[in-house]
Design a protein. Sequence first.
Length: 101
Amino acid sequence: MRLRTIYFYKYRETGKDRLGNPITELLQIGIGKGRLSNWTSEEISLEGREFTMVHKKIITTANIDICNQARILELDGIKYEIKERTNVGRWRLLTVKTYKV
């Protein structure tokens, strides 16, 4: 199985604007290895085609603590927002959605 480099990010507050809203930036918190995974026919029938077209699954060997802290990950130059985390033995399964800048 070919694994690629994944960069993990979290939001860091850098200040507040005039209205008191937080200003944040992405801070890299770790690097791991992983790859995109395919949806099975059963998952497509359970989740629905609309869900599986927008969301993707990524498997990674990254540390569980990094996966739990991260909000965004980058794989092959594309940023994804982490929606769900599952620990499956030595692997982490992350359900992600394409991140909008």
